[in-house]
Design a protein around this ligand. Structure first.
Ligand code: SF4
Ligand code: SF4
Length: 378
């Protein structure tokens, strides 16, 4: 990285670290520190504050461990954002080409195919087969699907259930179809600010083409991106749980079936900690007839991260002895929960994987809230 660019990035970041008193509350709250004793965000800040030059970033594989969950930022008594510095250091590594092979594949896929999964652009709308879905050119509300549920066959049930519920609730919605591109939330947090900028421009150009009154998203990661990383976006953005909660409150949707399971809600970090959407998912679940709702001890602001954010969907943590998703699943087993409900494609995948690793398939399931709704709407 050119010396000047490096100085600009780290000088701005370093100044924001000046109030840090090295109390360690950030490391104490960091979920990755629970499974990887060598990952210490306080120590990273200490190095940035007291070391000159680029060596602070280079040859530090553990910088890729951060899941961008935001816990350190919310716990800091001095208003410092430790995560921001970790992500800045990653951008130095990306600029200098010091990137893990899997991250390189993701960034290449974004550049060429505009999705992180290496999937062909033409299969983006395969999930709509047999459904009634308009194009946004003929609608008011944009349903922004997200790459992960659009391409992953396990997750396609979620947008399918959203479409059915929106049609039932009389929402005048449409999709961008093959025009949709990645929101860039993970790409920015992986440190590729350049690819992110290209995605943002493309999305804003798409959004301006149509008379969009509201955007509803499947993923908390897209929600976070549009709310915080798209300053030029002048349209209301809602997560699907907010929209469904609104439809239920207005009486435009009603549950008729029963779901008689013991259920706890796992808060996705990018919905909860980053954006304080805590109540709507719970209100939806508590309205489901027959559902026995319980809370995890670590819930809402204190919820345990699943390690699926910040690009961690594509890379294992360096030097970790366990995964936080495994810890979460063990918490659910101890609580006697039959279903972990969530509302994020990444949480669904990481927790489902953890259930398989723990061989709990007979006792525990993870379901998106929309999969439960699909069973009780007729
Ligand atoms: S919690 Fe805040 S003040 Fe304490 S070490 Fe972390 S960044 Fe510094
Ligand atoms: S954002 Fe989360 S994972 Fe990253 S350093 Fe902060 S607490 Fe740890």
């Amino acid at each position: 990285m050119p010396e000047e660019e490096w100085k600009r990035l780290v000088t701005i970041g370093r100044e924001r670290l000046f109030p840090c008193i090295q109390c360690g509350k950030c490391t104490g709250g960091c979920p990755i520190a629970l499974v990887c004793k060598t990952f210490n965000v306080r120590r990273i800040l200490n190095e940035v504050l007291y070391t000159e030059g680029e060596e602070v970033a280079h040859n530090k594989d553990y910088l890729w461990n951060c899941s961008a969950c935001g816990t350190c930022m919310s716990r800091c008594p001095k208003g410092v954002d430790p995560m921001e510095m970790v992500l800045t250091l990653r951008s130095v590594l990306v600029e200098d080409g010091e990137i893990p092979a899997k991250v390189r594949d993701v960034l290449k896929s974004i550049d060429v195919r505009k999705n992180p999964w290496g999937m062909g652009k033409d299969s983006r709308t395969d999930w709509t087969r047999g459904l009634e879905v308009k194009n946004i050119a003929d609608a008011e509300v944009l349903y922004y699907v997200c790459c992960t549920p659009a391409f992953d066959q396990r997750l396609q049930k979620v947008p399918r259930a959203i479409v059915k519920a929106f049609n039932k609730g009389g929402v005048n919605f449409g999709i961008l179809g093959l025009e949709e591109v990645c929101c860039g939330n993970e790409i920015k947090r992986l440190g590729d600010l350049w690819n992110f900028e290209a995605l943002r421009e493309k999305n804003l150009e798409n959004f301006k083409k149509y008379p969009i009154k509201q955007i509803v998203v499947t993923s908390p990661h897209c929600y976070n991106s549009f709310i915080h990383d798209y300053p030029g976006l002048d349209v209301e953005v809602k997560h699907y749980t907010q929209k469904i909660d609104e439809l239920l409150t207005e009486g435009r949707l009603a549950f008729t079936g029963e779901f008689t399971k013991k259920v706890a809600f796992h808060d996705p970090c990018f919905l909860g900690k980053h954006n304080q959407v805590f109540d709507e998912p719970r209100r939806i679940l508590q309205r489901v007839p027959g559902l026995n709702y319980v809370e995890f001890d670590r819930c809402r602001e204190r919820s345990l991260c699943c390690e699926g954010g910040g690009g961690r969907m594509w890379i294992e943590a360096f030097d970790a002895k366990d995964r936080t998703a495994n810890l979460r699943v063990r918490e659910a087993i101890d609580l006697g929960v039959e279903v972990i409900a969530t509302s994020c494609p990444f949480c669904l995948l990481t927790l489902e994987d953890a259930i398989k690793i723990g061989r709990y398939e007979e006792r525990l399931k993870v379901m998106d809230i929309m999969e439960i709704i699909d069973l009780v709407l007729n």
